[in-house]
Unconditional design. Sequence first.
Length: 407
Amino acid sequence: MAAYAPARYADFHALHPLPASVLNRGEDDLPKTLELGGAVRAMVSSQAWKRAIRMRLEDDLDEHAARTRMLPLRVADALRAGGWPTDLAAFAGAQIVRSATREGLKTEEDRGITSVTLYLPRTVLDDLTDLCAEHRPQLEEALAKEKAEQAERAKEAKTETKGTRKNQKKEKPQPVLPTPTVAALIRRRTATINLFGRMLAEVPDAQVDGAVQMAHAFSVHQSSQQPDYFTAVEDWSLPHEVGSAHLQTSFFTTGLLYRYATVNLTELTRNLGGDHDQALHLLELFAEAFIDVMPGAKKTSTAPHTYPSLVHYAVRDRRPVSFAAAFEQPVKKAPGGGYTTAAVQALSQHAGALNRLLGTRRLIGSGYATAHGTPVDHLGTAHASFDDLTDALTQTAAQPSPARAAA
């Protein structure tokens, strides 16, 4: 995989029908929308689908990570559960972020949480509490010194007359825990960190360029928010009372979504230290999750558990290719209703046009699986099932680039 130059991508495209659903809401508590081609479309943000996929992959791999600003508080909680005094546990938790770098990670002092969101393996929590236990004598000594200094400052403040008190700059506490060890723990990765990347500029070498790029899903046709007036019946109402315990209007959307994601196999292999086999394994798991996983918002009241009606993959060298432009002009419903047939035709025509424009020199292979009744042109090999599709994808992704094969 390291020989792929400059990069190899696995593109995923899906046409996904949704019944009444609210998979993703904005700050106004309404389903998200976007305007494309002069028409308002239903939208599901990439973050909503990406998180659902990440959680599935972590379950599949039994390797969990956490996005959190609460690390110092969680360390303190774990130490208190282990019998540490409250003040010492809180001090040790604060020392984790103070000792992470030479200057320490920025925190919100009033809440004791980090200013940035950390993304790290959940097992790091145990390792950090073990590190605190190993250095407990040093932490106790540093806490006692800090308390003594605070008492001295308070004593001095009482002896100063009003108006003569000097502004004393509070010195930043010195790190007690070994910075290289704390930084190394925070830099640890999981498979999902290698896939989705990590923004953490404050810790040297902790940032990871994500190998997955995912677009916002949007309906291929115009779609409006639809109101749903509902009530909750009061089961224990008094005999003379009539009415409901709660009534409200919520909104939902329906439609056929176009979904797109791409995996940079070269970047993923680099993140994995050159492990070609692991990169292909993660690609297969990602493909399965892309097809299978749904965001969980409002699932108990809408149960929108549908599958894509068509999934297409393409393995390309140099750069990925989205087919979103196929639906810049909103698809019109068929005379008898439904958008799927017209959407499949639009996707096929757009793929054919791009194949003509771009050529196939950098297209390593492609294929599709669909519930559509007839073969679809320009999407590569037809596969009978999604399982067959993911198997073919990983085999195609492992093929050498044409230029190198010829050499």
